[in-house]
Design a protein around this ligand. Structure first.
Ligand code: ACO
Length: 334
């Protein structure tokens, strides 16, 4: 295939689990209060998937992907590559992308790949897809960000259980030419591995296989250095946003929309202040959905598109940070 000057988002989709967990319910589970959670995180309620197999990571991803393919007007066998960003895969192996392929009825044996970049996973996927479309290797790439974090959360740990949630978002990326009003303009990705223990699951991987004692110590659950993560989050998202804007020859005032990773409202407000972006330009979903990691950005994007906020041609920046510590930003004309 011939190279393409640009890539563009052809369509988006998302899936929000129906079960709502409110702050009032959390008050009955751990020593916390609605006021504390709202003041420190902005989260009022979050969504959790059913654990009966009907809302697995791949199932939620499939719901979102079908909507994105429908919006993009792309048939299953027109997908050339599936990139599935998640830290809560259905299985250790095979990849969740492979599990998803058959759920979408894709029979063309397209390659399938999971991306493990935590909350930055969707943006990592977007950047990989963008470069593969530009080089002409693939024409249509499906990118999913989906998480079923529930099993990895310690629901007795008030410092983490108030934050995390489940959900899925997706986008189909395709070719664009110079005159197209929709295109990805620039991107940056980064990772500072010195922060690898700031947000991690201590055991269950090959470095520390689970045993009875480790399970009793709940080493299969997520642990987080909240204050450190806060600092990393604001620093890395600010730097990546500035670098991507500079590469696109744009300034913050040129943007119609800004979609940051939805970890908590305080991080978003701090970032908005530092970058001097009006909160009205920022898409915020964290109050109602919580932090569903790789899914937050594609969900926020899809909701804003379907609500008629983000329109074709609008300039939009997206930025994320996640465990690793990974980070990135993408600037595009939707
Ligand atoms: N309810 C009530 N009190 C709590 C709770 C809770 N849920 N959690 C902690 N506390 C207590 C602490 O025990 C502490 O008590 P102490 O002073 O008696 O020791 C007090 O509240 C203050 O705790 P801090 O950790 O200092 O609270 P902080 O203001 O830093 O807020 C928070 C904690 C919200 C986690 C904050 O650090 C933060 O926003 N960090 C960013 C982390 C984040 O967003 N992670 C998302 C995942 S990362 C990602 O998406 C890639």
């Amino acid at each position: 295939m011939t190279p393409s000057k640009y890539s563009k988002i052809l369509g988006t989709g998302s899936y929000i689990p129906s079960r709502t967990l409110t702050n009032q319910e959390l008050e009955k589970m751990v020593d916390t209060s609605n006021e504390w959670i709202i003041e420190r995180t902005g989260i009022k309620e979050r969504r959790l998937a059913k654990l009966d197999g009907s809302e697995t990571c791949s199932e939620m991803g499939a719901f979102a992907a079908k909507k994105a393919m429908e919006a993009a007007n792309i048939k299953p066998d027109e997908i050339d590559l599936i990139l599935f960003a998640t830290v809560s895969p259905d299985y250790k192996l095979p990849s969740t992308a492979a599990v998803l392929q058959q759920k979408l009825g894709i029979k063309n044996e397209c390659p399938c790949l999971d991306i493990v970049a935590a909350c930055s996973g969707f943006l990592y996927g977007l950047v990989i897809a963008d470069s593969m479309i530009k080089t002409g290797i693939y024409k249509n790439i499906l990118i999913i960000g989906a998480e079923l974090l529930q099993p990895f959360v310690d629901w007795t740990d008030r410092t983490t259980c108030i934050l995390f949630a489940d959900g899925a978002g997706a986008a189909v990326l395709g070719r664009a030419d110079e005159n197209d009003s929709s295109k990805i303009l620039s991107s940056t990705l980064s990772c500072d591995g010195t922060g690898d223990k700031l947000l991690f699951v201590p055991s269950g991987g090959s470095a520390s296989p689970l045993n009875k004692e480790k399970l009793e110590r709940k080493e299969d659950k997520l642990v987080m250095e909240g204050k450190q993560i806060f600092k990393y989050a604001t620093r890395t998202m600010m730097r990546n946003s500035q670098m991507a804007l500079e590469a696109a020859h744009l300034s913050v005032s040129d943007l119609q929309w800004f979609i940051p990773h939805q970890a908590n409202l305080r991080i978003i407000e701090y970032l908005a202040k530092k970058l001097e972006i009006n909160m009205e330009k920022i898409i915020v979903t964290v109050e109602k959905y919580g932090n569903n990691s790789a899914a937050t950005i594609p969900i926020a994007l899809d909701e804003a598109v379907r609500a008629g906020k983000i329109k074709r041609g609008d300039k939009c920046a997206m930025t994320a940070f996640g465990a690793g510590v990974t980070s990135g930003a993408v600037v595009l004309q939707y």
